[in-house]
Write a protein that binds this ligand. Sequence first.
Ligand SMILES: Nc1ncnc2c1ncn2[C@@H]1O[C@H](COP(=O)(O)OP(=O)(O)O)[C@@H](O)[C@H]1O
Ligand SMILES: [Mg+2]
Length: 298
Amino acid sequence: MTGAAPDNSPESPGSVRPAPVDPPGDGRPAAVEFRGVTKIYNEGTSREAVAIRDVSFTIPDLPDKGEISTFLGPSGCGKSTVLRMVAGLEPQFPPTRGSVHVLGREVVGPGSDRGMVFQDYTSFDNRTVLGNVTFGLECRGVPKRRREAEGREWIARVGLDPRRDAAKYPHELSGGMRQRVAIARTLVLRPRIILMDEPFGALDPATRLDMQDLLVRLWREVEATVMFITHSVEEAVYLGDRVFVMATTPGRIAAEIRMPAADAPAREAQVEPWFHEQVNQLQAQLEAIEAAASRPGN
Ligand SMILES: Nc1ncnc2c1ncn2[C@@H]1O[C@H](COP(=O)(O)OP(=O)(O)O)[C@@H](O)[C@H]1O
Ligand SMILES: [Mg+2]
């Protein structure tokens, strides 16, 4: 554990910028940086809800590598709020207080440097696999032949068969295949930051392991920064170079933990003793955080 973010600092719009937890060594701007970010939904109404309070963290931009950060925490602790703020999506964006920076610039809205993959299968039902994968390129005005060539290439890279699967419609695909399409649709646009909100949460365990392997393989190819939300401690440990443990009421970062890099396929790594040890430690930490949060007076 490299440090826990304090959650008792006073909220003020002009509060001093907290020190980054893990400052990038070579002067490159961080991939993602939150500075004292608070989000209150429906502020000033009877439905006012503090989703996250005074959240600060830094994810360095590792040259020619990138990093996978996983976010773990109970329902309602603000994981999706954090991720969608990075994406610049309303109503999570803009923050009520504080600021969000991506690659050295303050986020002012969505942008092509960031791509998002959700848990629900968000493909367009009336478009084929190829039509879905090339949608973003179409929006960018890429000519048809080029975008179809790139689309087919990405269909293959996510482990689908361009000849057999390109003309299929989403309803003809399994959950795992749909998430492959969602990943291809995002990566074809070459975002530097890939935002994934429980993307494998609805998949069966075996498919989930396949998708974890796929993600690690593609991540090595595209050298991007990945922010990955999960409910699974195993998934957080396996995928994460860095695990952010979040706690609730108010939503905050309770701990940031560095993890050894995954250097073996999911099925092999996840039976190794070090892996079990990390999972047990993290599970215990999560339980301690949740117990503290539910103690009277909190
Ligand atoms: N659009 C919204 N309007 C009001 N409250 C919201 C909205 N989105 C999220 N919340 C509240 O903010 C908190 C954090 O939500 P969310 O970021 O979705 O958490 P998580 O993804 O960790 O489950 C929850 O209490 C949720 O009810
Ligand atoms: Mg969520």
